[in-house]
Design a protein around this ligand. Structure first.
Ligand SMILES: C[S@@+](CC[C@H](N)C(=O)[O-])C[C@H]1O[C@@H](n2cnc3c(N)ncnc32)[C@H](O)[C@@H]1O
Length: 307
């Protein structure tokens, strides 16, 4: 029988790491956090280590109830303009489909569901054998965005990329800082086949994803919380982007990995690298030139939007 974890806190390069169950975040003051970025464990999928307090081992109902306890705690520790972003997708088990993302939204209390962005994962794993010939391969995960307030007062910096055909676009109202990056982010997952023997975390999300969210929904100096810290990705990116991070992780055995990762050097990406249209590796099925829609004189130039 696993022992109950005794909460303890360490400082890693100015970031707070708390080894404890995030259903109880007593070490964090009410109203002190500005942004929560997290990827919770999937129900009944992975065993991250030896702890009775790990969420996801019981029934599906218990799993959703446990997650709600964490979202309630996030609500308590967040300020009134805070944003909560949950990275999650659905799950199949024994022939049943569990729409975890939808169920989280349906059961959420207090937090207001505000937006739904997509993480497109070009190298996502194929479906398990049992479903391989009956389902399309899944290539995305959800980014569920909730606001604590009314959806009007949260901080937002819209990531933009250069407009590729700026000269061809004759509209007067185009933004001189470029076009919006959009709500589908193309980011490969880091998943080498020997990930376990490398001592790495089996479910880490990419730094680029966290950077995009921190850029969009927080300011330098803000406090960022991850209640499911895993290998420490959120705090690594928070440090590089000048934010103060707080992370909860139930498994103390990740301590070395967390310390190493938070201290690592890393550069914030050029947002172009996350853009689904500009990606250097993307080829569409046809590659056919398309008529641009914005020509005013009816003579639209033929341009290849995908080169
Ligand atoms: C999907 S992983 C997060 C990975 C993380 N985003 C990263 O980049 O490494 C979920 C993590 O939540 C942790 N966890 C599960 N139940 C928890 C609980 N009650 N309190 C805190 N952490 C928990 C697991 O040990 C696991 O490391």
């Amino acid at each position: 029988m696993a022992e109950t974890i005794v909460p303890f806190e360490i400082d890693v390069a100015g970031q707070r790491v708390i080894f404890s169950n995030s259903k109880h975040m007593e070490n964090v003051d009410a109203g002190s956090v500005n942004l929560v970025v997290t990827s919770p464990p999937y129900w009944n999928l992975k065993d991250y280590g030896d702890s009775d307090e790990e969420i996801g081992a019981g029934s599906y109902e218990e799993y959703l109830d446990d997650l709600n306890r964490v979202w309630d705690e996030c609500y308590r520790v967040c300020d009134d303009d805070a944003v909560l972003v949950i990275n999650i997708n659905s799950r199949r088990s024994k022939g049943e489909f569990y729409p975890i993302a939808f169920d989280i939204v349906a059961r959420m209390q207090g937090w207001r569901f505000w937006d739904h962005n997509i993480w497109y994962i070009p190298n996502a794993l194929p479906q398990p054998n049992a479903y391989r010939e009956r389902l399309l391969d899944n290539k995305f995960e959800s980014l569920l965005v909730f606001t604590k307030g009314d959806g009007k007062s949260y901080h937002f910096s819209k990531p933009r990329v250069p407009q590729k055909y700026a000269q061809a676009d004759t509209r007067d109202n185009k933004n001189s800082n470029g076009r919006c990056l959009g709500n589908i982010l193309r980011i490969p997952a880091y998943r080498p086949p020997n990930i376990k023997s490398m001592g790495y975390h089996v479910a880490a999300f990419p730094e680029e994803l966290v950077a995009f969210l921190i850029e969009s929904y927080s300011r330098p100096g803000n406090i960022i919380l991850d209640p499911f810290l895993g290998s420490g990705t959120t705090l690594k990116v928070a440090r590089v982007m000048g934010r103060s991070g707080i992370g909860y992780e139930v498994h103390e055995e990740y301590r070395d990995l967390i310390e190493r990762r938070i201290s690592e050097n890393w550069e914030v990406p050029d947002w172009k690298d996350l853009d689904i249209l500009h990606s250097a590796t993307m080829k569409t099925g046809t590659g056919k030139p398309r008529k641009a829609q914005f020509a005013k004189n009816g003579k639209a130039p033929e341009i290849n939007l995908f080169e």
